[in-house]
Design a protein around this ligand. Structure first.
Ligand SMILES: *Cc1c(COP(=O)(O)O)cnc(C)c1O
Length: 389
């Protein structure tokens, strides 16, 4: 007799509804498919979401693009050093290299898996120009400490908030904390998606102006401005060799509707995280830290760490989960282990003991809004059975 095998549960899936589809169709029918009215509307809606209608929001085609534009706008260049965490995706660091500057990787706090504040201060040299904190998994970095260090040493701060929508620190949303710029990602597996996309947020009008010019070839007027101006004009000036980083209206259409659903998405993520916290508490695992009381964790990722007495290695655990039809992932293979970063800076695991140990034991289990309660239960049952409970 054969038993029905439940379908494979992927590690992540976006939740796209009829509203998103209708808005995208509207963009397609409108004839305006590149950056236009929907991108403008999405930027305004994003500022509203942050509770600060006047904040500058610059929609781009990825968070990587947004990080690059932010660092370019603050003048990062050859000879400069930028400090960031080794425990991140390579995009956080690669943008520094695009500008010819150098990356200084530091270790994490083993409790939060966020950048170690003391390690930032220890890594500052006369060449240091900026810090890129990453709100890992959706838990806020202690930005008050980071901004304090930056002030003391005259450094700039660009937040990689790819995981942090919405995340709060002392009740303030990430994006409004007063760094030079904060960049969100709308990649397919993030807390909301535009397919590909990102948003650069800043209160610095000059920085925003530079980013707007550089996101479209270094052109001082974008196509939408030119075609909708009172005097339609073919005229523009190129003021710098810019990039092609603008967000299309097709992507922005998705974003407009996803943003409306974000509070509901957050609730669902919080409910799944709470269910995992409860159902996995007695296992030989280090569960992910929640935000301090009153603050919001976006729960972009739910990262388990196998305890010393778990009785199974990380790779074997992931294979067993896969055999049970459940996709898992690892966030991240630290940058100090990646050939490019390792070899360029001669990095050794011993320099990053907390990141290294966390990496060796960590597993991200599925947490996304399209999961049903039965899916969540299935993940719990699988983890429990592998750990022998
Ligand atoms: C997803 C991600 C990025 C890059 O986002 P894109 O929109 O894909 O460019 C950058 N940093 C971190 C930490 C990420 O998780």
């Amino acid at each position: 007799m054969t038993h029905p095998v439940p379908a494979f549960l992927p590690f992540a899936l976006p939740e796209i509804g009829e509203e998103e589809i209708a808005e995208v169709v509207d963009a397609l029918r409108s004839g305006w498919v590149t950056t236009g009215p929907k991108a403008k509307k999405f930027e305004a809606a994003f500022a509203e979401f942050l509770g600060e209608p006047q904040i500058e929001c610059v929609a781009v085609n990825s968070a990587t693009a947004g990080l690059h534009l932010a660092l370019e706008a603050i003048g990062i260049g050859p000879g400069d050093e930028v400090i960031t965490t080794t425990h991140t995706f390579t995009a956080t660091a690669e943008v520094v290299r695009y500008l010819g500057a150098d990356v200084v990787l530091v270790d994490i706090d083993p409790a939060t898996l966020n950048i170690d504040i003391a390690a930032i201060e220890a890594a500052i040299t006369p060449r240091t120009k900026a810090i890129i904190p990453v709100h890992y998994a959706g838990l806020a970095v202690d930005m008050l400490a980071v901004l304090d260090i930056a002030r003391k040493h005259g450094l700039r701060v660009v937040e990689d908030a790819a995981h942090a929508l919405p995340t709060t620190l002392e009740k303030e949303l990430i994006g409004t904390l007063g760094s030079d710029a904060c960049v969100f990602s709308f990649y397919a597996n993030k807390t909301m998606t535009t397919g590909e996309g990102g948003m650069l947020v800043t209160r610095n009008a000059e920085l925003a102006k530079r980013a707007r010019v550089m996101r479209l070839h270094g052109m001082n007027r974008d196509a939408f401005d030119r075609f909708t101006a009172k005097v339609p004009s073919w005229y523009y000036e190129i003021v710098a060799p810019g990039f092609k980083y603008n967000m299309t209206d097709i992507a922005a259409a998705l974003g407009l509707q996803q943003l409306k659903r974000l509070p509901g998405f957050l609730e669902r993520r919080q409910a799944i995280a709470a269910r995992y916290n409860e159902a996995l508490a007695d296992l030989p695992l280090v569960l992910p830290p929640d935000a301090p009381h009153g603050d919001t964790h976006s729960w972009h990722l739910y990262v388990l760490r196998l305890a010393d007495d778990a009785g199974i290695e990380r790779d074997a655990f992931i294979e067993r989960m896969f055999a049970l039809g459940i996709g898992c992932s690892v966030h991240y293979i630290p940058l100090h282990l990646q050939p490019y970063w390792r070899d360029r800076y001669g990095l050794k695991p011993e320099q990053f003991p907390h990141s290294q140990k966390a990496f060796e034991r960590m597993v991200s289990i599925p947490l996304y809004t399209a999961m049903s309660d039965a899916d969540v239960q299935r993940v719990i049952a699988a983890v429990r059975s592998i750990l022998g409970r």
